[in-house]
Ligand binder design. Structure first.
Ligand code: NI
Length: 138
């Protein structure tokens, strides 16, 4: 672990009260941890503006498995070594929600810009009902 440095931060009381309420609701016990996480989040978001940044993402989708060819397309995509030289599928999770719908979470690692492109391609496939891409720089 790198060396710690203490800093002092001045905030007006009202802003601090709102912050404390927010982080208490999120389960933080100490402000320092909440502030560290906020800084990391902001830095990660800043890094993601670079399409070449290294990132990991979970592509989360709900789809009807009766949708023509969608299940096959998703499996093909995950087996494909030609998916992209810049992105790998590193894991996936499939849950049968009910007699129609499936939840799939596909974990991708690689360049942020390519991950977004592939994620958008997945989510725009015919039969996908809902979805989102959660991406973080690493
Ligand atoms: Ni299923």
């Amino acid at each position: 672990m790198s060396e710690l440095e203490r800093i002092g931060v001045s905030l007006d009381k009202e802003l601090l009260a709102q912050f404390d309420k927010l982080i208490a609701g999120q389960g933080y016990k100490i402000r320092s941890e909440a502030i560290r996480d906020l800084v990391r989040k902001q830095l990660s978001e800043e890094q993601l503006e670079n399409p070449n940044a290294k990132a990991v993402a979970a592509v989360f989708l709900v789809y009807d498995h009766h949708a023509t060819k969608l299940s096959d397309s998703l499996v093909d995509l995950q087996h494909s070594h030609t998916l992209s030289q810049l992105v790998q599928v590193i894991s996936s999770l499939h849950v049968h929600l009910d007699e129609h719908d499936c939840l799939e979470i596909i974990v991708l690692r690689g360049q942020a810009g390519e991950i977004r492109k592939i994620g958008d391609n997945i989510l725009s496939m015919k039969g996908v009902k809902l979805g989102r891409i959660n991406i973080v720089a690493v």
